[in-house]
Design a binder for this molecule. Structure first.
Ligand code: IMP
Length: 186
């Protein structure tokens, strides 16, 4: 895989800004769910890093579960609305306060599909928490209860978000210069 510094156009959100905002989001969640029980649902794989950092600041009693969705074809950089569940929840969500934790909302197809599907399982409440929102790219409306940052229309990577599955580990969010990115040749 190509060294990321070769295609990093710029750092969009640095580690300190990410961690500060995540603490703020967790405080909002602590406030809104005070006295209640919560189920966090991580959307794999992009939501993992965000969810792990977020839950460390959540003080209301909570359990977690995961779900995997496939929306982008291999190598594609745009959602086509062809959304499929590849790994389903292991827990029953009926009667529970469910909070979906996702890395980014782009066209909105992924989250809208997840919301539609989970709402048929009778949760007590169902809300969405996203780290990044590319609002101008929205094709279907999505109710976002908690949003870390609104970002411009650019391909971003790091902090859970991948470029061809790599660099999810970076502690910051960077913008990809697609002219300099050579693609994954592994
Ligand atoms: P949507 O269905 O178009 O809203 O796309 C949501 C999914 O696309 C996210 O869960 C990400 O996995 C992926 N995605 C969208 N934009 C980016 C990006 O800029 N970098 C990495 N992944 C992205």
């Amino acid at each position: 895989m190509q060294e990321y510094r070769e295609f990093l156009a710029k750092t969009l959100i640095d580690e300190t800004a990410l961690q500060n905002r995540i603490r703020e989001l967790a405080e909002e969640i602590n406030h809104d769910y005070a006295g209640q029980d919560l189920m966090l649902i991580c959307i794999l794989r992009g939501g993992v890093v965000f969810m792990v950092d977020l839950m460390r600041h959540i003080r209301v009693p909570h359990v977690m579960d995961c779900m995997a969705i496939s929306s982008y074809g291999v190598g594609a950089r745009a959602s086509n609305g062809n959304v499929r569940v590849t790994y389903d929840l292991q827990n029953n969500i009926a009667g529970r306060n469910v909070l979906i934790v996702e890395d980014i909302v782009d066209s909105g197809h992924t989250i809208s599909h997840v919301l539609e599907m989970l709402s048929t399982r009778n949760p007590k409440s169902l809300k969405v928490c996203v780290l990044l929102d590319k609002k101008e790219r929205r094709e279907v409306p999505v109710p976002v209860a908690y949003c870390g940052f609104e970002i411009p229309n650019a391909y971003v990577f790091g902090y859970g978000l991948d470029i061809d599955e790599y660099y999810r580990n970076l502690p910051f969010i960077g913008i990809v210069d697609l002219e300099k990115y050579k693609g994954n040749t592994e």
